[in-house]
Design a protein around this ligand. Sequence first.
Ligand SMILES: *Cc1c(COP(=O)(O)O)cnc(C)c1O
Length: 471
Amino acid sequence: MKQQNTPASDAPADIFGTKEMRSPAPVEFIPKDKTAPEIAYQMVRDETYPQTQPRLNLATFVTTYMDDYATRLMNEAINVNYIDETEYPRVAVMCGRCINILANLWNTPEKAEWKAGAVGIGSSEACMLGGVAAWLRWRNRRKAAGKPYDKPNLVMSAAYQVVWEKFCQLWQIELRTVPLTPERKTLDIDAALKICDENTICIVPIAGVTWSGLNDDVEALDKALDAFNQKTGYEIPIHVDAASGGFILPFLNPGVKWDFRLKWVLSISTSGHKFGLVYPGLGWVVWKDKKYLPDEMSFSVNYLGASITQVGLNFSRPAAQILGQYYNFIRLGFEGYREIQHNSMEIARYCHREIGKMKCFRNFAEEVVNPLFIWSLDPAYEKTAKWTLFDLQAALQQSGWMVPAYTMPKNIEQTVVMRIVVRQGMSRDMADMLLGDIRNAVAEFEKLRYPTTSRLKFEANEHQKGKVYTH
Ligand SMILES: *Cc1c(COP(=O)(O)O)cnc(C)c1O
């Protein structure tokens, strides 16, 4: 006979009293049976529990704070697919408006109602689209001239973000790089022009170099390239990888010419989810004029009362980030963006100064031009130190911080550096907590009687490969 349930036995087991909580999580096969939603939720959530708190993750460039309204707006749009333009035409319109706003922020000369651009899942997709357009323009020109078009190359500094390696691999384009030196910390323009030829599809300077936070000098490049193109008869253009700088320079250094004001800058990409201040994933690419966007890459939609050009590698993608970007433009305005970027920059400069005052460290550059910077051990200090920056990374992790240590690119790869990216959400108080934790860790290291394992490896001259964070 069925036992009469008492109210007590009726109550479901506490989540941590269930059998699921003492059973291994599925690794290889879909479970045969169902799991109660609250238990499944707890299991999945707890998977992420020991991870770094996103706002203490100073390795990433990607947004880890948005206000409540933005968060609500994006959550409400979580079920909207951007590509369903017929069903959600207003999303396409908002996307077009964001592209217009960016094009104008970057001083486009284009007069068309809808500027030529595209949304991407990040700068990676945006860079690829800019790269493909440059390659197709070059190819079409070569074809028209009856010249071979099977050996394209692309020129940039060795401090490229990994997307450019991917782009060149996937499209079979030769990646020609200019090494950095301890003296030349950004793209060496003369050296770049020396490796350009008739097969160069474009040069890619970086505004906000991922490895160092510095800016390649796009204005000087444009000037030198103009003379070079005139002399050689080439038409090598510039694509600016402004993943970070695209949302910093217009607000903090409007006088610096790096954008469509320059003759050979035909396309620019940026990450909406970096200093565009939107949660991932969102990237943007804009062309100076429709004529630089090859027809092969675009299709037009006409049901919006105007024609919007659509370009992309992906098809389906979330619409929420586009809403987040448009919300930020309205909510913050130029002045709001300027204030937030200014604060991030001030806090980065403060950390840079304080790190610079510590005798064990040496900043990589004197200046902070984006809200991020790198530093290394002072060379004299390093000679006798019993620890390395990898030890410091591990020590800071104990207090929840993620401050990555890594080795620099080709030619200066023997330099180990540490990087801080200051984003919205990092206050002066948090900076002081971080600096305190750094000072404490260093004080502990200085009490060491024996070198750390990492230091022994360093001494054995095994170039340790730190985990390279190049978001
Ligand atoms: C971050 C970054 C990228 C890649 O951007 P995602 O938005 O992460 O795809 C490309 N170039 C540079 C210079 C970057 O800093």
